[in-house]
Design a protein around this ligand. Structure first.
Ligand code: 6GU
Length: 244
């Protein structure tokens, strides 16, 4: 996979050079390139923003530098991911989808956003996804691009040593299609600061362990993320979420 990141803060993407992307690159799975949007400006001050038509607070990113960037980067063979708080939610499902693409070009928005025509024009050339990483506001899309890259790259075939850890982890789909949070985990010692590892995990009853873990996963999900539960979910044989 090839990933290009276009940003006015290329230093923000320095962590990409570290372990994860570096590991994928060493394995020949990934080619990451970070670009400063200002290299595609024409004026002395390398201006990337201007005041919004129609008035209002903040600044809007000008279309010309983005147009020149997308031309030079030849986005036609890529999926363009525009990071914005008004985008579709980033989920494990979208991460899986993006992991099938040969190339992603991240456009990191700043200020109040990018002139809408940049997106409209890019959509005539290739697939464009506006993506948000959650219901909160960041100053820019750089941290979102980092998060999306990490979630996508670890799904590339050949990246993870142990494919099983991909299957069981939080937000992986279970056989039933339900998404549950991960159950609590323990390691040695069996007693630590007066706290004991649950008895069932110390025995070799694998059916009992699987049942306990599923129960814990449902408990956690009910408590923390009831929105993830299927309409009817049983906990200890009792419905904890009723069909709408
Ligand atoms: Cl993708 N960008 C910004 N600026 N804020 C966000 C976001 C993205 N996702 C959540 N908040």
């Amino acid at each position: 996979m090839r990933i290009d990141v276009v940003t006015i803060f290329p230093d923000y993407l320095a962590p990409l050079e570290l372990s994860l992307a570096g590991k994928a690159r060493d394995k020949g799975l990934l080619d990451i390139r970070v670009h400063d949007l200002r290299q595609w400006t024409q004026d002395r001050h390398h201006t990337v923003d201007d005041t919004p038509y129609g008035g209002g607070a903040g600044m809007v990113m000008k279309p010309e530098p983005w147009g020149a960037a997308f031309d030079e980067l030849a986005i036609e063979d890529a999926t363009v991911v525009v990071t914005t708080p008004s985008g579709e939610p980033f989920t494990q499902s979208l991460a899986r989808e993006l992991s099938t693409r040969g190339r992603i070009v991240f456009a990191c928005g700043r200020y109040e956003g990018i002139d809408q025509r940049v997106l409209d024009h890019a959509r005539t050339r290739t697939e464009v996804r506006e993506v948000s990483i959650g219901d909160y506001v960041l100053n820019g899309g750089e941290v979102a691009a980092l998060a999306i890259t990490e979630a996508v790259v670890r799904l590339l075939p050949g990246f993870m040593g142990n494919a099983e850890s991909l299957v069981e982890e939080s937000h992986a789909l279970s056989d039933s299609g339900a998404s549950l949070l991960e159950y609590p985990v323990y390691t040695k010692p069996a007693a630590w600061r007066g706290l004991e590892v649950p008895e069932v995990l110390l025995g070799g009853n694998h059916a009992a362990i699987a049942s306990w873990r599923h129960d814990q996963a449902v408990r956690r999900t009910t408590e923390r993320r009831p929105d993830l539960l299927p309409a009817a979910t049983l906990l200890d044989g009792v419905e904890v979420r009723l069909a709408e």
